[in-house]
Write a protein that binds this ligand. Structure first.
Ligand SMILES: Cc1cc2nc3c(=O)[nH]c(=O)nc-3n(C[C@H](O)[C@H](O)[C@H](O)COP(=O)(O)OP(=O)(O)OC[C@H]3O[C@@H](n4cnc5c(N)ncnc54)[C@H](O)[C@@H]3O)c2cc1C
Ligand SMILES: *[C@@H]1O[C@H](CO)[C@@H](O)[C@H](O)[C@H]1NC(C)=O
Ligand SMILES: *[C@@H]1O[C@H](CO)[C@@H](O)[C@H](O)[C@H]1NC(C)=O
Ligand SMILES: *[C@@H]1O[C@H](CO)[C@@H](O)[C@H](O)[C@H]1NC(C)=O
Ligand SMILES: *[C@@H]1O[C@H](CO)[C@@H](O)[C@H](O)[C@H]1NC(C)=O
Ligand SMILES: *[C@@H]1O[C@H](CO)[C@@H](O)[C@H](O)[C@H]1NC(C)=O
Ligand SMILES: *[C@@H]1O[C@H](CO)[C@@H](O)[C@H](O)[C@H]1NC(C)=O
Ligand SMILES: *[C@@H]1O[C@H](CO)[C@@H](O)[C@H](O)[C@H]1NC(C)=O
Ligand SMILES: *[C@@H]1O[C@H](CO)[C@@H](O)[C@H](O)[C@H]1NC(C)=O
Ligand SMILES: *[C@@H]1O[C@H](CO)[C@@H](O)[C@H](O)[C@H]1NC(C)=O
Ligand SMILES: *[C@@H]1O[C@H](CO)[C@@H](O)[C@H](O)[C@H]1NC(C)=O
Ligand SMILES: *[C@@H]1O[C@H](CO)[C@@H](O)[C@H](O)[C@H]1NC(C)=O
Length: 576
């Protein structure tokens, strides 16, 4: 999400002058004999626009021996600030993905809390990389890899950071796209190769643009966009978000991220820079829209449809609920009513933590009176629980624009950023049928895990053909996505962490048992999903794999539980 960068680690084999070949057929990582020499990196540096970068963990500045010029005060102050973290090449949104747990339980990490007495170590943070500013920089990085791989059928590795740690890689090489910040609004954008009358009021973003930046420029043009609804807007607009699907507060009205992309540019493992849309490389365009980030190539820009800014109505509910049985009733009743709400254009986010339940709904282009009428069953339901001892606050209020509502949303969460927290999550996409018939069972699990309900599908998402994009078809039947997570404190032992993961696995198993056909969201899931190929990609898996093999013949791009990753060992270092 936040860190906009790419990790390649090399499998150099005998191709690097003087480097012995890696006869095991594995990827080459830092400190192995096959790793490129300083001279070879210097040659790469001469081909790119910026000096190479040497990422370090976020907290390094708190360890003078590691980073004498660093500012630990700043690190402490901004630890949970996603935009700040994303501006640091070695920083991940969740610090656990900066650390590395060895098989023997030793953890290599760099903790913010220096009193833990642990040394600051590199963990999973890549050691060197390219600070890409242009597609040419990315081509140079890929070609550097390619030049050596040609002799050996290519073994490459790309991992990046997200909830599954897909953008980190111990001992890896990173392509950091964070500074590819171009944003262009074009009221008459014509996709290459499209009929002359096909134009869009579109915005093109470089792959380092983050949603808060895209929203600001769209708003200056009176437009709004289907994008991430995260508290600080630091999720990338041109990276993993749309490639995994991309859900938004505007999705029930305008579809998912994948439904709003009209064109992409991408560097493939052959070093080509392709412009991809419905008319050119339509198969690759199909796969990149939902077939998972870090799998087909390095996206350099994305062009999205935009929509006129509309007034929106907020529906806000907060309840204090001390009785767990009543909390389950509250969640269950809410789930049961979601299908009708998305049919009416509502999106919403429900959070259930400790004794507090919150639901934030939003509907664009509706009158306050109509909003009141269409949420009446929901309001009546919450009110009916008052006799069971809950205290409630319900508010319906209009905003002049979606942008103004979004600003309100960000302020609401400004003190509770989840960045800088050690966590893993799992997700499930729930259909109308499940919400109608199994809402009580789902509510049990959500109450237990203190989870989240993202009411971001249904409506328009359901009206678009499941085969129009590589995206998991389960999204087209879904109304909500549920998310459960586990958290742990810095300095937790490997045993304590694995205890938390065991808890996560219980929720995964329970949700899977309830909803075996349902699927999960590629971007908000765990490394422990059951039958991940089906869970993340459904019936599209086979076609996605064919397209992956066609455009990435060198197997340069592999991420955890991404298409084709079953050909690799658990560490994604060696192919079977
Ligand atoms: C606070 C928070 C809020 C969120 N809110 C939402 C939300 O509202 N809606 C939603 O759908 N999701 C949301 N997410 C999840 C988000 O979609 C994922 O975390 C996603 O992976 C972020 O993509 P990124 O490019 O920002 O991150 P990165 O960590 O940079 O990348 C993630 C993955 O995408 C790949 N990738 C990134 N850039 C490129 C590129 N240029 N070319 C090819 N592959 C690339 C990487 O290989 C990696 O596998 C949220 C996450 C967080 C932490
Ligand atoms: C080959 O790769 C493996 C796994 O990454 C590594 O352990 C080994 O040291 C490498 N061999 C050489 C010669 O670099
Ligand atoms: C360190 O960061 C803090 C907070 O951002 C700032 O106030 C301070 O001036 C910085 N100190 C130095 C020496 O740069
Ligand atoms: C665990 O393994 C790592 C990597 O091999 C090694 O550096 C470390 O010393 C080991 N720790 C213990 C306690 O054996
Ligand atoms: C830092 O670690 C020390 C030692 O374990 C602990 O006592 C202290 O509470 C920790 N501080 C924070 C802020 O977590
Ligand atoms: C950014 O946009 C400007 C103006 O459209 C263009 O000239 C420039 O080449 C773009 N830069 C990149 C890296 O795409
Ligand atoms: C563009 O023109 C073609 C052929 O005249 C027509 O079929 C199509 O509907 C038009 N499309 C748009 C978006 O106007
Ligand atoms: C919680 O609420 C349920 C349902 O209203 C009730 O049966 C139960 O007695 C309550 N439990 C407590 C501890 O109040
Ligand atoms: C959803 O709306 C329909 C039509 O108004 C109604 O018949 C149905 O009872 C509603 N569903 C729920 C769960 O309230
Ligand atoms: C929930 O309760 C636990 C235990 O009392 C506490 O540590 C945690 O901070 C609470 N979470 C929130 C969001 O209030
Ligand atoms: C909906 O409208 C009714 C009638 O005007 C009003 O009593 C009620 O408070 C409104 N509901 C909300 C949640 O604002
Ligand atoms: C719930 O409790 C919090 C903290 O005690 C309080 O600030 C809030 O107003 C309460 N909400 C309701 C609806 O009673």
């Amino acid at each position: 999400m936040l860190v906009i960068f790419f990790t390649l680690s090399f499998f150099a084999l005998g191709s690097f002058a003087g480097a012995p070949s890696n006869s095991s057929g594995c990827l080459c990582t830092y400190e192995n004999p096959c790793w490129p020499t300083p001279d070879q990196f210097a040659e790469l540096e001469s081909q790119v626009s910026q000096p190479l970068i040497y990422p370090v963990p976020t907290a390094s500045a708190c360890y003078p021996a590691n980073d004498p010029s660093g500012n630990c005060t700043q690190v402490m102050e901004r630890w949970t600030d996603g935009n700040w973290r994303s501006s640091i090449p070695g920083s991940m949104a969740e610090p656990n993905f900066e650390s590395f747990v060895f098989k023997n339980g030793t953890i290599s990490a760099c903790y913010l809390n220096t009193s833990l007495g642990a040394p600051c170590e590199q963990g999973s943070v890549p050691v060197i990389g390219v600070d890409a500013r242009t597609p040419q920089d990315i081509q140079a990085a890929v070609n550097f890899a390619l030049r050596y791989s040609l002799k050996l059928v290519g073994h490459w590795r790309i991992i990046r950071h997200d909830y599954l740690g897909r953008s980190t890689g111990r001992g890896a090489f990173v392509v950091w796209t964070h500074k590819m910040k171009n944003i262009t609004y074009d009221a008459e954008f014509a996709p290459e190769g499209a009929p002359a009358n096909e134009t869009y009021q579109a915005m093109t973003v470089g792959s380092g643009v983050q949603w808060h930046e895209a929203y600001d420029v769209a708003n200056q043009n009176g437009r709004m966009m289907v994008g991430a609804q995260d508290p600080d807007g630091s999720v990338g607009a041109g990276g993993g978000w749309f490639q995994g699907g991309g859900h938004s507060s505007l999705s029930p009205s305008y579809g998912l991220g994948v439904d709003n992309v009209v064109q992409l540019t991408v560097v493939t493992s052959t070093g080509a820079h392709l412009t991809v849309n419905n008319y050119q490389y339509p198969d690759l365009f199909w796969a990149l829209r939902g077939g998972g980030g870090g799998t087909y190539g390095i996206v350099t820009s994305v062009t999205y449809r935009t929509y006129q800014q509309l007034p929106v109505v907020l529906y806000f509910m907060q309840a204090n609920v001390t009785n767990t049985t009543v909390m389950k009733e509250l969640i269950g009743g809410m789930l049961r009513l979601q299908p009708n709400l998305t049919d009416d254009g509502w999106s919403g986010y429900g959070f259930f933590v400790n004794t507090s339940a919150t639901f934030i709904g939003m509907n664009p282009g509706i009158s306050t009176a109509a909003a009141n009428a269409s949420t009446q069953p929901l309001t009546d339901y919450w009110l009916s629980l008052e006799s069971k001892g809950i205290s409630l606050e319900i508010e319906i209020s209009p905003f002049d624009t979606w942008y103004a509502w979004h600003t309100w949303f960000q302020q609401l969460f400004s003190t509770t950023g989840e960045d800088g927290t050690n966590m893993m999550v799992t997700s499930r996409l729930l259909s109308r049928d499940i919400l109608t018939n199994q809402y009580a069972d789902v509510a049990e699990i959500l109450s237990d895990c203190q989870g989240e309900v993202n009411m971001v599908a249904g409506g328009k998402v359901a009206q678009i053909s499941p085969d129009s994009a590589g995206l998991n078809p389960a999204w087209r039947n879904a109304i909500v996505e549920t998310v459960c997570g586990v958290f742990w404190a810095e300095g937790a032992t490997a045993e304590e962490i694995s205890g938390q993961i065991d808890q996560l696995k219980v929720w995964i198993k329970d949700m899977y048992a309830l909803t075996p056909q349902a699927g999960a969201y590629f971007n908000e899931a765990s490394l422990f999903e059951i039958d991940w190929q089906y869970t993340f990609f459904g019936s599209h898996y086979g076609k996605l794999k064919e397209i992956k093999d066609k455009y990435d013949p060198y197997r340069l791009f592999v991420v955890a539980e991404g298409v084709g990753s079953e050909e690799w060992n658990e560490e994604l270092t060696c192919r079977w």
